[in-house]
Design a protein around this ligand. Structure first.
Ligand code: SF4
Ligand code: SF4
Length: 341
């Protein structure tokens, strides 16, 4: 993998270089939070962030999008599929979120059903990752090997070495970008050693851990454990945990039709398996009427079912579902209690 150096004072020019071809979306400060938003200059970026509340998946799978519009003209329906956004650089994406996008790719592109809207956005998107130089209170990425350093899934990967960024090139798209920016210099062995030292320190600082060995077997054995009811008694079924999760992809679809039935649009929006209505079916049936069933389903989907279906864990240990849950309901704590460790 090609390794280069971008000096920090060159960042504004590098962003300008990207903006010639792409819209650039990166972490920016908003109130007390950091959010992914479009930037117009390097100064907008908040690259020392730990975690955003809403993950960058919102760019690839928007919270709400019109997937088709229809109109009747002389009794004939005319259907139009709105164009998806143009070329985007997702800048400063942390390794857990890069790995979450890999999970979404497996489910929404490589799975049984291809999501054309997601696939097209993904094709238009370049990922410039940013290795973590500090961990948050709730992170447990080391359990899944999804952080604090990224191994793949990026086009370009940056590591903040203090006065400069180490630049690693992961794909042809990344190569084209760095080749078009002549100011980069070659990295030395010392730069790579410094990256490794930073990542080792961050990894050592992460104390929260899920034992992934035999996790599937453990959870399937404990499917009727009383812990699920105990956690459900705390849970408010608000759905925040799924909204902030970088690998949650479930959505609902509604049609908005004009009063004269002549035109309308089909909208999809993020849904949540934590909501009572999510598994409701006709004639008043519901596959998961209880909060215990819904909470258990969420945890099992992340830790068992996605692994069974797609070969990877559906959790990347970003910690958002714990941090932003008002009750701090925690998969690490749940698994630790179940395993008796
Ligand atoms: S965020 Fe917490 S309280 Fe809300 S649904 Fe999820 S687990 Fe329950
Ligand atoms: S389940 Fe929680 S910790 Fe795991 S990826 Fe989703 S939000 Fe992050």
């Amino acid at each position: 993998m090609e390794t280069l150096i971008l000096r920090k004072e060159q960042l504004p020019q590098f962003i300008e270089h990207l903006r010639r071809e792409y819209r650039v979306v990166g972490p920016v400060k908003k109130g007390n939070l950091v959010v992914f938003a479009e930037i117009s200059k390097a100064e907008d970026l908040q690259l020392d962030y730990v975690t955003t509340m809403i993950p960058p998946k919102k760019v690839l799978l928007p919270q709400r999008e019109t997937i088709l519009k229809f109109k009747f003209e002389n009794e004939t329906p005319k259907v139009e599929q709105p164009a998806v956004d143009g070329k985007i650089v997702l800048f400063g994406v942390h390794p857990c979120d890069i790995n979450a996008i890999k999970v979404l790719d497996k489910v929404l592109i490589e799975g049984e059903f291809k999501d054309p809207y997601y696939a097209q956005r993904r094709e238009n998107t370049v990922i410039i990752g940013l290795n973590c130089t500090k961990a948050g209170e709730y992170c447990f990425c080391t359990s899944f090997g999804t952080g604090p350093g990224a191994k793949d899934g990026f086009d370009i990967l940056l590591t903040d070495l203090g006065d400069r960024f180490l630049v690693e090139v992961g794909t042809d798209a990344g190569k084209k970008i760095v080749e078009g920016f002549k100011e980069l210099s070659k990295a030395e062995d010392a730069d790579i050693a410094k990256r490794d030292e930073i990542l080792k320190k961050v990894a050592e600082s992460i104390k929260r851990r899920i034992k992934t060995e035999n996790l599937e077997t453990l959870l399937l054995e404990k499917i009727n454990d009383k812990i699920w009811q105990e956690l459900a008694d705390e849970c408010l079924a608000c759905g925040v945990c799924t909204t902030v999760c970088p690998t949650c992809f479930c959505y609902g679809v509604i049609d908005r039709v004009s009063a004269d039935f002549k035109e309308g649009e089909r909208i999809r929006y993020w849904d949540s398996c934590m909501f009572l209505e999510f598994a409701a079916v006709a004639l008043g049936g519901n596959f998961r009427p209880g909060r215990d069933a819904r909470l258990k389903h969420r945890m099992y989907h992340k830790l068992v079912y996605i692994k069974q279906q797609h070969g990877v864990f559906g959790c990347v240990g970003c910690g958002r579902c714990v941090e932003f849950c008002v009750k701090h309901i925690d998969p690490v704590d749940a698994v630790t209690r179940l395993s008796g460790d």
